[in-house]
Structure formats: C-alpha cells, structure tokens
Design a protein around this ligand. Structure first.
Ligand code: NAP
Length: 463
C-alpha cells in the first residue's frame, strides 16, 4: 500500500468496507477510470451507470463502422467489466432517474465520464435549414444510436459540404463517398446502408477556416480518402499557399503530422488521387457566414479568411471577401460539446464540468474524466492516462473521505435492485451482444445492432 492508503481511516477499502465509486457513463473514459480504480491496492466496488441499455459510448456509436480495429477497444472494456467489484447499471440516467446527491450519499466518490454528446454551433443564419445537419447526428445515425434512429438524411442530391477539418469531418466525407458495398460488411446500421445505397451525392466539399497546416485531421485518416475506389481527392493548388508563420510551423520537427498532411494535399493538388464519379474537394481559409435556402439548403456563403498571429497561435480573420458555393446538404463537424447534467456544475462556455485536474470545483468526492473533463480531443487511448490521473487524485483525497461504509447501487435500487428497477445489468448486455452478433452473422456482418431502446430492453428481458 502506498502513503495515501496508509492514511486511510481504518477499514475503508477493506473487504468489509469496500471503497464504493459510481462512474457515470460507459464510454472509453469511464472504462479506463474503472480499470484504474480496480487496480488500486484496495477493495473497490465500481457501479457504472449508463443512460442507454448498452455500454461503450463512442466505441459503439462514434467510431466509424469501417474502422473495426478501433472498435476492438470494446474487448478491453469487456475484460474490465468481468472484474470482481464491477457492476454495470444500464438504462439509468443521472439527473433524471437518479441525482448526484443520491450518488454521493451511496458512494464514497463519483466520477463523471459522460463525454461530449452534443455539438458546437456555428451561430450563422440558415444553420437550422432542412438539409443542414450536425456531424454528431449523422455519425450517430449510421452507427445505430437510438437518439438518432429517426433522423432523416436526404442524399438524393449531388453536392454536400462538410464544415470543419478534424477526423470526424473525414469520417463523414469517407462514409458519403465510399461504395456502399464496402460498408455492407461492417456493423453500420441497416437503415443507414439502405439510404447510402440510394445516395446521389457526388461532390463533397470539406471546408477549413484556417490553412492546410492547421487542419486537425491525421495522416492515416486523410490518406485513406485517396484510396476510396471511384473517388477523387483534390484541392485547388492556390489553396495550399502557406504564409511564413505556417512554414515555420511545418519546419518544427514535432509538427510532423501537419507536414505530412500538407504533403498529401499537395500531391492531390498536382495529381488528383483518381479519376472518378465522386470528388472530395478540400478548401482552406474559408469560413461559413450564411446558409441560403428556400425551405432547404441551396447555397453556402463563405468568407475568405487570412491567418493572424504567431506560429502555432494563428487564428482565422475574415477579409470581407465572400463567395457562394451551391450545395444541397451541409454537415457541421466543428467539434462535440459536453451536455449539462441537472444538479452538476457546468461550464457553458467550454462545455465541460469545471474541474481542477479532475476534481470537480466545489464538490468534494466528485471527479471527472475524458471529454467532459478536458473537452473533445484526443484518440480513445488518450483517455487512459487521463483517467489514471483523475484516479490518482481520488486516491490521494481518500484521507479526507468519510470512511463509513456506503451501500453503493444496493442503496440506490434495493437489494435485488438492478432488475427490479428496470436497469440493464452486464449479463443483460451480454445477451444483447450475443443476439446482435447472431443477427449480424445472418447477413455477413460483425453484428446487426439494435437501434431502438425498446428492442434492446426486450432482448435484455429474455432472461
Ligand atoms: P476537432 O479535431 O477538434 O476538429 C474540429 C474542426 O472544426 C477543426 O477543423 C476546427 O477548426 C473546426 N471548427 C471549429 N469551430 C469552427 C467554426 N466556428 N467554424 C468553422 N470551423 C470550425 O474535432 P472532431 O473532428 O470532432 O474530433 C474530435 C476528436 O475525436 C479529435 O481528437 C479527433 O482526432 C478524434 N477522432 C479520431 C478519429 C480517429 O482516430 N480515426 C476519428 C474521429 C474523431 P480550428 O482548428 O480552426 O479550430
């Protein structure tokens, strides 16, 4: 035991008085927090509370279906879930079915791992016209998220615009341009495959408000677009002119991802990746200022930007010059945003729970991990170190924690609780999982997901 546990009040963290922690959210950051807790040299009991009946957050509902390797993180999470001391409580929403006060009364600590389920807004006229969508909704829709099950995407016209140049924008551009037969063997939701099979989208414009050296996508994801059969990637050569500050940025050895991105884009400028039916066109230094339409999206007005500021701190500044881009569809992919939970502090500007290194300001015993802690950045693995850091803080705080035994989930729902209260247990999820895989095997897919909560619950109930 280390010095923090030596200072514990007698008994806390012993088999008779386990350290009980509630984790809110079952995505990567929640599972990595559970892993870090269960590795402590203490007896720990983790109650993971999830609003959906199914676990794994963005690994299930965010990672693109044609990136199955990234989805293998779920195998690691499954192992964590089998650990003694771990309990999954699905289909329960904190702030609705349970309050933070109840969680604090029944646990020694609470960790929010609720991610960033909403999205940033452009705040421009026409943003909410039919045909203008968030990437969050599109990604959730093709991944079978129940919240987006009934979203409608009219792909019957030719020109789509994607605003933003992060990896989510690349996912959206790739899914719109890939031959549907390449998606049929993934776990993409059947309703999305049906719509994509009829898609007439031919031109996808990916718009960045800053320059090619500042784009946030990564090399592998960008390069992959060039390998899509029947699709050509291009960017106007003039768009790749760099100012002196951007050249300085690219000369920095640590900035190799940006340097490689520019190299790939230059290649496409000179030699488009392939002659074909579909095109992906990258535009830089353009900011959307207005979307025009008559009951649906028809045109986007873009303002030309210039960069201002020192290397690595360059911001986009409008020049006043505008141009219009006729289009039929808009996908706003400008970053996810955390959602406020009733009764839990929230920073409206940053879209996170305010915290100091994972400790929630003014709420002793309450912690955060992942995107709701630091904002929507990084890859799945980034959340592991992030969760470990928060759990180290939690461990260091145990000396100040009330050591009296807590009931955990039993205190919340009663002794038989999880089933009586209509919650979904991990064993229930395993039944859903098995059934999804069985349905998938019938159509040569890794799984056919349930996309409605009622269907998930009906399957879970076949005990
Ligand atoms: P992101 O990487 O933060 O990219 C957001 C993009 O939106 C940036 O190009 C940003 O430009 C732009 N933007 C923001 N506000 C804007 C505005 N008002 N007007 C115009 N453009 C605006 O976010 P993301 O793509 O949602 O990805 C989130 C995280 O998930 C990232 O860490 C990403 O790498 C990760 N992810 C990884 C994968 C993968 O590994 N395959 C797949 C998907 C997502 P500025 O740079 O100028 O702010």
């Amino acid at each position: 035991m280390n010095s923090a546990s030596d200072r514990l009040s007698p008994g806390l963290g012993s088999p008779d008085n386990p350290l009980r922690v509630a984790i809110v959210g079952s995505g990567p950051s929640g599972f990595y927090a559970a892993e870090a807790l269960l590795k402590l040299p203490l007896t720990v009991s983790v109650d993971m509370i999830e609003r959906l009946p199914v676990p794994f957050g963005l690994v299930r509902h965010g990672v693109a279906p044609d990136h199955p390797k990234l989805k293998q993180a779920a195998l690691v999470f499954d192992k964590i879930a089998q650990s003694p001391g771990f309990r999954f409580i699905g289909n329960k929403t904190v702030g609705q079915d349970l309050t933070l006060a109840q969680l604090r009364a029944s646990h020694h600590a609470v960790i929010f791992a609720s991610g960033a389920e909403s999205d940033r807004r452009l705040d421009i006229p026409g943003e909410d016209l039919p045909g203008s969508h968030t990437a969050t909704a599109f990604v959730g829709w093709y991944n079978g998220h129940p919240d987006h099950r009934d979203a409608q995407f009219d792909l019957s016209r030719e020109v789509a615009v994607v605003i933003g140049q992060g990896n989510v924008a690349i996912d959206v551009a790739r899914i719109l341009s890939k031959p549907v037969d390449e998606l049929r063997k993934t776990d993409m939701a059947a309703h999305a495959l049906d719509v994509l099979a009829e898609s007439r989208v031919r031109e996808i414009h990916v718009i960045g408000r800053r320059g090619p050296a500042q784009a946030k996508f990564t090399n592998k994801e960008l390069r992959e677009l060039g390998d899509i059969p029947g699709c050509r990637c291009e960017t106007p050569l003039a768009n790749l002119d760099l100012n002196a500050e951007s050249t300085t940025e690219l000369d920095d050895k640590t900035n190799f991802v940006a340097a490689k991105n520019v190299e790939i884009l230059r290649l496409w400028a000179h030699d488009p990746s392939m002659a074909a039916g579909r095109r992906i066109v990258f535009h830089f230094l353009q900011a959307p200022v207005r979307i025009h339409g008559d009951g649906r999206v028809r045109q986007m007005v873009l303002e030309r930007n210039r960069l201002a500021g020192a290397p690595f701190a360059q911001q986009a500044v409008g020049t006043g010059d505008t141009a219009t881009l006729p289009c039929d569809l808009v996908f706003r992919s400008i970053g996810y945003r955390g959602r406020a939970i009733p009764g839990v502090p929230f920073d409206e500007i940053r879209g996170v729970i305010p915290n100091d290194g994972g400790r929630v300001a003014g709420c002793p015993g309450v912690y955060v991990v992942g995107w709701i802690k630091r904002g929507p950045s990084g890859i799945i693995g980034t959340n592991r170190a992030d969760a470990v850091a928060t759990v180290q803080g939690l461990q260091a705080d145990l000396a100040q924690c009330d050591p009296s035994p807590k009931p955990g989930a039993v205190g919340l729902f009663g002794p038989q609780a999880v089933q009586i209260a209509g919650a979904v247990s991990y064993a229930d999820w395993q039944r859903i999982d098995t059934e999804e895989q069985r349905r998938g095997a019938l159509v040569d897919k890794p799984r056919e997901k349930f996309t409605r909560v009622a269907d998930m619950l009906a399957c879970a109930a076949t005990r």
